[in-house]
Every structure is written in C-alpha cells, then in structure tokens.
Design a protein around this ligand. Structure first.
Ligand SMILES: CC(C)(COP(=O)(O)OP(=O)(O)OC[C@H]1O[C@@H](n2cnc3c(N)ncnc32)[C@H](O)[C@@H]1OP(=O)(O)O)[C@@H](O)C(=O)NCCC(=O)NCCS
Length: 205
C-alpha cells in the first residue's frame, strides 16, 4: 500500500474495531451509554478550542450525535479511552483528511482527554496504542496529526510518540468559528518500526 492508496473500507468499520489494552487503559468502540460521560468531559473550552470539530458548549445532544455517527463511515475509526476499571476519560481516533499540498487523503490522528485526567501520561499511552493499531491491524504507511501552535502539551505527546514536525498549516476550529494556525506532524511506518525495535532492545539490555 502506498500513501495515496485508499484504506480498505472494511478496515475502519465498527464491526472490526478491536479493544486495545495498555498498562492502564482500554481503548474500545464507543457505545450509546457513553453519552453522559462524554458530554460531561467534553464540555470544556480548552478541549473544544484545541480540536477541529468539538463544539462549545457541548451538550448531551452533541454527545449523542457523536456516538450515533462514530464508526459509521469508512473514513474514520473512533475509540473511547477508559481506565482499566471502566471509567471513561476521553476519546481518540483516526480520520482520512486532506494531507498537506497534493498529498491527497491521509489518516489523521486525534485525541482528547477530560481535564481531570491531564498530566498523567494517559494521552501518550493511548496514542501509542492507537499508532500500533494503525501500523499493525490497519497496515497504514503513515499518519499525520496537527496541534495548534498554542498547544505545547499536544505537540509534546506527538513528539514522544515519534511524530516529526513537517510544517505549519491552518485548521478550521468549530468552537472558534474561525481557522487557527497549527503545526503539522507526520509519523512514517519505518520510524515507528525503528522506535519499536529500539524499545525492545532497550528492554532486553
Ligand atoms: C493534549 C492532551 C491530549 C494531553 O493529554 P495528557 O494526558 O495530559 O498528555 P501526557 O500526560 O501524555 O503528556 C503531556 C506532555 O506535555 C507536557 N506539557 C503539558 N503542558 C505543557 C506546557 N504548557 N508546555 C510544555 N509541555 C507541556 C507534559 O509535561 C507532558 O510531557 P512529559 O511527559 O515530557 O512531561 C490533553 O491536554 C487534551 O485533551 N487537551 C485538549 C484537546 C487537545 O489538545 N487534543 C490534542 C489535539 S488533537
């Protein structure tokens, strides 16, 4: 598969969404009963203003609409992020979006966590699991991601996961009703594979 090839439709459908387990987290397909928790966590301006499509204020109806649409299109795959004991703490996913220039559609990674869960390494842990899923189960060749230039935490998460800065761009931010400058990042399968094998050799050493 090359960067420009479309992703096989079946590979991103709800039926194929696995449960991804990490040391402290479970990433799973969203369920209708998640609506109240999603609405409570996502109703936060700092989340809305750093993501493309989350409105602010964020209501129960917004959460229900999000859950009704999640994983219905072959252009996206959405997970909720929960602690291993079950508490829902955020969401993450991949979506085919325009890449920079003439790169065509590329899978883009996004993630948000409820504020009480910030600063404990949960986003890094979840994003690493999502990246592993993208390069193993979905067999993707590269991922892109964007972070507002005013969002150092997001940038740091991406860099810790191996993403490399590729330039700047503009994102339409729904909650701002305008566009905002972003840093663009990219992670190639080859970089991911090198980081994985380096991590394995460090554990053995
Ligand atoms: C961005 C976000 C996902 C990070 O979640 P998190 O669980 O706190 O992230 P982690 O704890 O895994 O890592 C955060 C890193 O950023 C660093 N960081 C946090 N605030 C920072 C700041 N103001 N300046 C510099 N670094 C900062 C942390 O120190 C940590 O790095 P370290 O491990 O090297 O110390 C979370 O803040 C969030 O949901 N924000 C709103 C939505 C968003 O921005 N999503 C990303 C764009 S899609």
């Amino acid at each position: 598969m090359t960067l420009l090839d479309p992703i096989a439709a079946e590979s991103l459908r709800e039926a194929s969404i696995p449960v991804l387990e990490t040391e402290r987290l479970v990433l799973r397909a969203p369920r209708p009963e998640d609506a109240e928790n999603i609405a409570m966590l996502a109703n936060e301006r700092r989340i809305a203003e750093n993501t493309a499509r989350i409105p602010h204020p964020y209501t129960l109806a917004d959460a229900e609409a999000f859950l009704a649409a999640a994983n219905r299109s072959d252009r996206e795959t959405t997970f909720v992020i929960a602690l291993t004991e079950g508490t829902l703490i955020g969401a993450c996913g991949l979506e085919l979006r325009d890449g920079p220039g003439t790169a065509g559609l590329m899978p883009e990674l996004g993630c948000w966590l409820g504020v009480p869960y910030w600063g404990r390494g949960f986003a890094t842990e979840a994003v690493r699991a999502l990246i592993d899923h993208a390069f193993t189960d979905l067999e993707l060749e590269a991922l892109q991601a964007g972070a507002r230039v005013t969002n150092p935490a997001s940038r740091r998460v991406l860099e810790k996961c191996g993403f490399q800065w590729t330039g700047v761009g503009l994102y339409r931010i729904r909650a701002l009703k305008s566009s905002a400058p972003i840093d663009r990042f990219r992670l190639e399968r080859s970089i991911w594979a090198s980081l994985k094998s380096w991590g394995r050799s460090r554990r053995v050493a």
